[in-house]
Write a protein that binds this ligand. Structure first.
Ligand code: CTP
Length: 396
């Protein structure tokens, strides 16, 4: 996959830069041609001599060579590359990338690059978790940058947590996957995806909802679309941006989501039910804001319609995928749902597993069909989405 590929390796000022030499060596051994761009600070962490030796090319740091005035053209470099990989990527560099700051050669090359761009963040756990860093990473993702998620473990600060740059072997795998031509294997197919949390109004100011972020469903919609499928995303409440090429229909309540899905399913080749749909809704929605009294209050709820079960009963040859989020008797409950709702397969999340669940960027799932149960390791939600779409292709 990497043979003959042109890769720019950008290195920024992080202690993880010591791993960049191994990373570069792995890329070169796999047959890639690698040119290294460093920020001025990166030179404090790993020497240009080391990187020039392993990459077999002079290192680029400045806009021009101070000795002879020769111009290091970021435009030409950007055109040359099949992929631009920034590893390690500091919080500072990602913040600049997210806003388009261009104050060094590594950043101007980013703005000039027409190729896919990947970053492997590396920093202390608190810097990584900071809302500003997360906002910048989300912005980069929206801009189409691939994020090679950092791992958890001992950090240079002495603390233990998430922020450690992914291992060079893992980064090489991620780069290979990006360079692998995305097969447009689902061209001509149409999928319905539900995502996010529904909102069940109690009165004009209050509602019942849940913690779903919508991230898993949005990742599935994106993965389907990237393989050439037409995707309609029926979305409950989330704060996520619509993935490129996806048609999004916003809904509020379980009833609204049911209406949209039932109307659209007949034209589809399949549906993936990722939404966290309320099972109960207030029997009566008060027209005016409910005022508190001295005594306790009881709210009467009625069952909502089961969207997945309705689609399952009218499935025909379409592929139908469901999700199960369980806290006990996981396998047994998931298989029960698979049967009851007539899913082809179900994606089981156990809330007992660390790294799985609602809000995070990772998930730990088991894909269960009528014959197999396939547990997957901890992955980003984007990687889980790819696995789900691989399995959908098997059923088509
Ligand atoms: N689902 C749906 N419509 C509903 C309820 C659920 O489409 N009204 C879908 C979800 O999107 C998911 C699967 O069905 O794919 C989850 O089913 P289920 O477990 O019944 O939802 P829970 O609310 O978690 O049920 P339970 O309380 O039984 O665990």
């Amino acid at each position: 996959m990497l043979k003959g590929k042109h890769i720019i390796l950008g290195i920024t000022g992080s202690i993880a830069a010591y791993k960049s030499a191994v990373l570069c060596r792995l890329l070169v051994s796999a047959g890639a041609e690698v040119k290294v761009v460093m920020t001025p600070l990166a030179k404090q962490f790993i020497t240009p001599l080391t990187m020039a030796t392993v990459s077999q090319h002079p290192i680029l740091v400045d806009f021009f060579n101070p000795e002879n005035g020769e111009w290091n053209s970021h435009v030409k470099l950007g055109e040359w590359a099949d992929l631009y990989l920034i590893a390690p990527a500091t919080a500072n560099t990602m913040a600049k990338m997210a806003t388009g700051v261009a104050d060094n050669l590594l950043l101007t090359t980013y703005l000039s690059a027409r190729c896919p761009v990947a970053v492997a963040p590396a920093m202390d756990l608190d810097m990584y978790a900071h809302v500003a860093t997360q906002r910048n990473i989300e912005q980069l993702r929206r801009d189409g940058v691939h994020i090679v998620e950092p791992g958890s473990g001992f950090l240079a600060s002495g603390l233990v947590g998430k922020g450690r740059m992914a291992e060079p072997e893992h980064i090489v795998e991620a780069v290979s996957a990006i360079l692998e031509e995305k097969k447009k294997s689902l061209e001509g197919k149409h999928f319905l995806v539900t995502a996010g949390a529904t909102i069940e109004p109690i009165d004009p100011v209050r509602f019942i909802s849940n913690h779903s972020s919508g991230k898993m469903g949005y990742a599935v919609a994106e993965a389907l679309s990237e393989r050439g499928a037409e995707v309609t995303l029926v979305s409950g409440r989330t704060s996520l941006a619509t993935p490129k090429g996806v048609k999004r229909v916003d809904v509020l309540s379980a009833e609204d989501m049911w209406q949209e899905c039932v109307a659209r399913f007949p034209e589809c080749d399949g549906a993936v039910m990722c939404a966290a749909v309320a099972d109960y809704t207030p029997s009566v929605v008060a027209e005016q804001k409910l005022k508190k009294g001295d005594s306790d209050m009881t709210l009467e709820l009625r069952r909502t319609k089961d969207i997945a079960a309705t689609l399952g009963a009218n499935k025909g040859k379409r592929v139908l995928v469901g999700f199960a989020m369980e806290t006990e008797h996981e396998q047994q409950n998931a298989v029960g749902k698979l049967e009851r709702k007539n899913f082809d397969f179900i994606v089981l999340n156990s809330l007992r597993t660390e790294g799985a669940g609602f809000r995070g960027d990772t998930n730990v799932v088991t894909l269960i069909d009528r014959e197999h149960s396939q547990p997957l390791p901890l992955m980003s939600k984007h990687e889980v989405a790819e696995k789900i779409v691989d399995k959908i292709e098997e059923f088509l």
